[in-house]
Design a protein around this ligand. Structure first.
Ligand code: APR
Length: 189
C-alpha cells in the first residue's frame, strides 16, 4: 500500500481541483469571513442552501456538501475551537476537526483532500500548535489504509508555510512542496 502523500501548498484553497477541500466554518454553517467566506463566494449560493439544510455543526464535528461552482467536488465543513487560552479542550477539539474530516472523507471514498489552517485565523489558535495537531492527526489516521491518497495543507502566507515546515521536521513527517495539479487524476464525474 503506497503511503499517503502529504503536500504543503501556499495559496487559495478555493482554486484547488481536488475531490474535497475542508472549510473552517462556524457552528451555524451560514458562512462568514476568512476561508469560509472565500469558499462560499467561490461555490455560489447553492452552497449556502445546502448548508442551511444541514442545520448547523457542533465544534469538532464535520459535515459534507457538494462543491457546486468550486473546482473541488465536495466541501467538508468543520468547526474549529475558539482559542481561549488552551484550557478549554481546544487541542482535543481541533484534533477532532481533523479526525472527523478525515473519517468523513474516507467514508465518501475521497482520495485527494486539502485542509486550511483551521482555527488559526479569527479563532486565534496558536499556529505552531495547530500545525502540529494537523500533521499528527493526519499521520495517525493514514496509518490505516483508506481511500485517501494525498492530503494537502494549504497556507495563506509564507509565515504559516514556515510553521508547517518546522512542525513537519519536528515530527519527521515528509511534507512535499512539489504539488502539481496533474497529480490528481480527475475522478470520473
Ligand atoms: N485559502 C486558504 N487559506 C485561507 C484562505 C483561502 N482562501 N482564506 C483564509 N485562509 C487562512 C487564514 O489565513 C488562516 O490561516 O485560513 C486559516 C483559517 O482562518 P479563518 O478563515 O479565519 O478560520 P478560523 O480561524 O477557523 O475562524 C473561523 O471565521 O470566517 C469565519 O465563519 C468563520 O466564524 C468562522 C471563523
Amino acid at each position: 500500500m503506497p503511503p499517503v502523500e502529504f503536500f504543503l501548498i501556499q495559496g487559495d484553497i478555493t482554486k484547488l481541483s481536488l475531490d474535497a477541500i475542508v472549510n473552517a466554518a462556524n457552528e451555524s454553517l451560514m458562512g462568514g469571513g476568512g476561508v469560509d467566506g472565500a469558499i462560499h463566494r467561490a461555490a455560489g449560493p447553492d452552497l449556502l442552501k445546502a448548508c442551511r439544510a444541514l442545520g448547523g455543526c457542533p465544534t469538532g464535528e464535520s459535515r459534507l456538501t457538494p462543491g457546486f461552482r468550486l473546482p473541488a467536488r465536495h466541501v467538508i465543513h468543520t468547526v474549529g475551537p475558539v482559542w481561549k487560552g488552551g484550557h478549554n479542550q481546544e487541542a482535543a477539539l481541533l484534533t477532532a476537526c481533523y479526525r472527523n474530516s478525515l473519517e468523513r472523507a474516507a467514508a465518501e471514498g475521497i482520495r485527494s483532500l486539502a485542509f486550511p489552517a483551521i482555527s488559526t485565523g479569527v479563532y486565534g489558535f496558536p499556529k505552531a500548535q495547530a500545525a502540529a495537531i494537523a500533521l499528527q492527526t493526519c499521520q495517525a489516521f493514514t496509518q490505516t489504509p483508506s481511500s485517501l491518497k494525498m492530503i494537502l495543507f494549504v497556507t495563506f502566507n509564507a509565515d504559516n508555510s514556515d510553521v508547517y515546515r518546522h512542525a513537519a521536521r519536528e515530527q519527521n513527517v515528509v511534507l512535499r512542496n512539489d504539488w502539481d495539479d496533474e497529480e490528481v487524476e480527475r475522478p470520473c464525474p
